[in-house]
Design a protein around this ligand. Sequence first.
Ligand code: AMP
Length: 444
Amino acid sequence: MTFATLGLIDPLLRSLETLGYQTPTPVQAQAIPAVLAGRDLMAAAQTGTGKTAGFALPLLQLLAMEGPKVTANSVRALILVPTRELAEQVHEAVRQYAENLPLSTYAVYGGVSINPQMMKLRKGVDLLVATPGRLLDLFRQNALKFNQLQTLVLDEADRMLDLGFSEELGNIYRVLPKKRQTLLFSATFSDAIRLLAGQMLNDPLSIEVSPRNVAANTVKQWVVVVDKKRKPELFIHLLRKGKWKQVLVFAKTRNGVDALVEKLQGLGINADGIHGDKPQATRQRALDRFKASEVQILVATDVAARGLDIEDLPLVVNFDLPIVAEDYIHRIGRTGRAGATGEAISLVCADEVNLLSAIETLTRQTLTRQMEQDFEPEHRVPDTDASGQVVKKPKKPKKPKTSGSGKRNLGKWVESGDASAPEPSIKPVRKVPVFNTGPRKRKP
Ligand code: AMP
């Protein structure tokens, strides 16, 4: 199969040739013809599957081939994303795909001055990428109108709900034309997402390119158990021992990011951090330098790193486990892309046992545990498995074997997607946010 057989027009095919895309990915093969045919979509696809091109290419084609010229302060297609970084990333992809088309594209997000954005919108924009909060600000200041809107894309919809954007989404939904095409992309499908889909989509085509809620199966994942206070020391030990070249590290809090970066920099290690308290320009610079391999270790919170496309990343380290189990899938989605193998290591302390259990339940696998010699925890991490069971009975830490590498392997690799993995028990892994749709409800 080629992009041409999917029905894409020549200007887009030329852009794809420049970018070196030869074969459509599975999500593209399914999404492109459906979007071109005007269908609504509900797609379960995680980052790294090529989903951006899956919606952007047909969207650009429809904009180029159909509909009126954009008028002042109007937009014809809107892509909603959860974070500023993702807005930049999606817009950059769109810009490249649209290189040979006479279409205007732009991205708006918070954390930067609104005035240049208002100026830019005066002439109208064919395709706008936006975060929900800034979009509403612009709308309320009359810098934006939606009367010409023909397509809405909700990208990383699960994350938008996790970040508490359900109210903003409801407010946006109320001011959009009822007659429009809507495409919803989400890595995971919780009840809240299904509710959102039921309200926003009209007879959608469902696309699922990876088993629901299962992490990328090209990523080797394991856990190193350790006491909380010794995590920084263990991280540095593993970094040196493994001679890690480039690592994306996830920490739970902004303070946690800063503390680890400071510690690493204090040891002369080339590290930088991104989190929501940092100005946008600083975040983007750190990210660009990491992508250019000028930074060895990038420490990030989930919000800052959401959906980032960083090529060829061999290793992700969860310095802290995520509070929301789905974030584990997003985090490790940064490695093992496009068929490459990757590794994801989680440093887990006794306090995090319930988070570990939720991740194992969600991903339908029991993560292999290891203990590092001289870092055996005093506070034992109770046993867990994919059934959601946590064995609370405290046991004394076992002494590690001192032979070989000093590493104790407590089991075989378990890769996600393992057919023998048990089905998850029904256990809520997060609260379901309520989506307020207001008065203009669609019929399901
Ligand atoms: P995404 O899942 O949209 O974040 O895309 C992941 C990465 O795959 C991006 O770097 C894209 O440029 C790249 N990509 C998307 N589709 C293709 C394709 N058909 N062939 C090669 N690379 C692709």
